[in-house]
Write a protein that binds this ligand. Structure first.
Ligand code: 6GU
Length: 248
């Protein structure tokens, strides 16, 4: 997968690309991540990226030209055979659709993502109307810019790509991939400050362990995120467990 990020703050992405899984994935050519400074696509002496809003109001708006030119310059150097069906051009904005594991999975199927980080009061509407194919928000709160959101999206998507994680199983078991939260994990020591590991995990009885974990998954989800259970596909036994746990 090829990932291009358009931003006014390229330095913000140093942390992302120096992170272990990204560096490894880049070295192994599973992904390429290129960061582009929107300012480099301006033509005036002052490298102007924003301007006052037509109609007035507080705050500046990102100008369309540098964003279009940056995206078009990236598009023009993609090999033809990849085609356009493999490309998503995504604007990170609090007005976008809510990001989730489901959306991450959807994006992981593209061969090329262009992520555009919004800033200031907003982005000229013509960028939305004529350039981007998707708008994503990472949650109902306001960030100063789309950079952190872009990193969240890249992290969640890249770890789903084949070969990126050491063990393919680990992504499948993750919280939210199953639609439910993960069971509690323990490692050595068996007793820490007097706090013990649940006996069942030391029993060596794999069927019992599997049952305990499944119960924990359901109890945890019911306690913390009950709305997730309504959407999950549960076995009859699991549904019975939910009803039992729901009893006062
Ligand atoms: Cl994608 N951008 C900004 N600026 N704020 C956000 C966001 C994005 N997602 C949640 N809050």
């Amino acid at each position: 997968m090829r990932i291009d990020i358009l931003t006014l703050f390229p330095q913000a992405f140093q942390a992302l690309v120096s992170f272990g899984i990204f560096q490894r994935s880049i070295d192994r050519k599973l992904i390429s991540i290129d960061i582009h400074n929107i300012r480099d696509y301006t033509h005036d002496k002052h490298h102007t990226v924003d301007d006052y809003a037509y109609g007035g109001g507080a705050g500046m708006v990102l100008k369309p030209e540098p964003i279009f030119e940056a995206a078009e310059s990236i598009k023009s150097d993609i090999p033809l055979e990849e085609g356009d069906g493999g490309l998503a051009i995504i604007l990170l904005t609090p007005q976008g659709r809510l990001f989730s594991q489901q959306v991450a999975l959807e994006l992981s199927r593209y061969s090329h993502l262009i992520l555009i980080c919004g800033h200031y009061e907003g982005v000229d509407e013509r960028v939305r109307e004529h350039l981007i194919t998707d708008e994503i928000s990472i949650g109902d709160y306001v960030l100063s810019g789309g950079e952190l959101a872009a990193m969240v999206v890249v992290d969640a998507v890249v770890r789903l790509l084949p070969g990126v994680l050491g063990s393919e199983a680990s992504a499948l078991d993750d919280s939210h991939t199953t639609g439910l939260l993960e069971y509690p994990q323990y490692t050595r020591p068996e007793v820490y400050r007097g706090w013990t590991v649940p006996e069942v995990l030391l029993s060596g009885d794999h069927a019992r362990i599997a049952r305990w974990r499944r119960e924990q998954v359901i109890m945890r989800t019911l306690e913390r995120r009950p709305e997730l259970l309504d959407r999950a596909s549960l076995s009859l036994e699991e549904k019975q467990l939910v009803s039992r746990l729901k009893q006062p």
